[in-house]
Design a protein around this ligand. Structure first.
Ligand SMILES: CC(C)(COP(=O)(O)OP(=O)(O)OC[C@H]1O[C@@H](n2cnc3c(N)ncnc32)[C@H](O)[C@@H]1OP(=O)(O)O)[C@@H](O)C(=O)NCCC(=O)NCCS
Length: 350
């Protein structure tokens, strides 16, 4: 291991080398990691781009983006982990594991209550991360919506991020996004036309439902796919009046030539569920993307009398039995009937 040093953050001078490592592992053809994750690979986030180096060569990386989530009455600090990679010739020496283990106490010190990781590996499970969260996936045929009493609303492409941000800001379950986050992320992820260099885009634009001139609901649209002869349009995020969401969805399906849409709905979104169920639709239960674990138990409600005292400062941070205890806590507090969270993918996923 001579010459290996870390874990440490990344200086502004080293940022390009770290992005090049992530491009080499995740996007060797398109090299899009920098443009698509502008808030992660930012000089101001360098302390959270955790790395091992061999001499002056970066060989292993774990990226962290710290955000905040509104979950009903509660505001939580969330740490998203992604772009986890080690150069092939340095793998299986414990580097990624050491970067992650070094991170846990740092995240607690930074007041992150919840850790969300972009995958399901053994590496993450050994720290106590588990599948978490409950979302209801509805597959919505356009036909089924046409029988609902949808309001007569216009739809159009949003005039800018402000229209989307204004509607999102009053959602009770949401990521707390600054105006700067919106301006950086919406074009980078393909929901608004790019103002700078475009990457290969995951999103396929956005649509607002308007009452007169006033936006009342919005959709962030995913990339349509074909299932046999059927075009399927995933919705990555929505907000605003729920009948407006569905009115916009009919339009979006027409525009994208899709006969089916996919909506992931929080169990507590009772208005939307009522409309979808009135249209004869039934949901499939899914987890959120990736895995998660509770870092600070004090941020979570004692949902049941047997749950831990909320004055506890932290969930256990080690591996082995401690990680198992953290996993059990995560499953209980963020499983069915637990605290609901906004969807963690789409615009939110580092
Ligand atoms: C995944 C990746 C980052 C791991 O990096 P690494 O530096 O080799 O990681 P480590 O050496 O700490 O751990 C490697 C494996 O050995 C396992 N391991 C480490 N120590 C161990 C031990 N003492 N006993 C048993 N298993 C052990 C880890 O759990 C891990 O298992 P996993 O790959 O099934 O998750 C690397 O393989 C990589 O870059 N892959 C391509 C990119 C990728 O898939 N990233 C993850 C996206 S979710």
């Amino acid at each position: 291991m001579l010459g290996l040093h870390g874990p440490r953050g990344t200086t502004a001078m080293e940022l390009a080398a770290v992005v090049a490592l992530c491009d080499a592992i995740f996007a060797p053809e398109t090299r899009h990691m920098g443009p698509v994750f502008p808030t992660l690979f930012a000089p101001s986030n360098g302390e959270w781009l955790r790395t091992f180096w061999d001499g002056d060569r970066v060989v292993s990386h774990v990226g962290v983006w710290l955000g905040r989530v509104q979950a009903g009455e509660r505001t939580l600090g969330v740490a998203h982990i992604g772009a986890v990679c080690t150069l092939p010739e340095y793998r299986n020496r414990g580097l990624a594991g050491a970067l992650l283990a070094d991170l846990l106490p740092r995240l607690v010190a930074a007041e992150a209550d919840l850790l969300l990781i972009s995958g399901h590996r053994r590496l993450y499970q050994s720290l106590g991360a588990r599948p978490f969260g409950v979302l209801l996936r509805y597959r919505v045929p356009r036909q089924a919506l046409e029988d609902l009493p949808l309001p007569r609303l216009g739809t159009r492409v949003p005039r800018g991020v402000d229209e989307l941000a204004g509607l999102q800001a009053v959602e009770p379950y949401r990521y707390l996004r600054s105006a700067e986050d919106w301006s950086l992320l919406a074009p980078a992820k393909g929901y608004l036309p790019p103002v700078r260099e475009p990457g290969p885009l995951q999103g396929m634009g956005s649509l607002v439902a308007v009452d007169g001139e006033e936006p009342v609901a919005y959709l962030l649209l995913g990339r349509p796919r074909r299932e046999g002869d059927v075009g399927v349009l995933p919705v990555d995020e929505f907000g605003g009046e729920r009948l407006g969401v569905l009115a916009a969805l009919v339009q979006a399906m027409e525009l994208r030539g899709a006969a089916l849409a996919e909506l992931r709905v929080r169990p507590g979104d009772v208005d939307l569920r009522r409309y979808l169920e009135a249209a004869g639709l039934r949901a499939e239960i899914q987890h959120q993307q990736g895995t998660g674990r509770i870092l600070r138990a004090c941020a979570f409600p004692p949902l049941h009398p047997w749950d831990p005292d909320p004055s506890l400062p932290a969930a256990p941070l080690g591996s082995g039995e401690e990680a198992d205890a953290a996993a059990a806590l995560t499953e209980r507090l963020l499983g069915p009937g637990g605290l609901e969270l906004p969807r963690n993918d789409g615009l939110n996923y580092i």
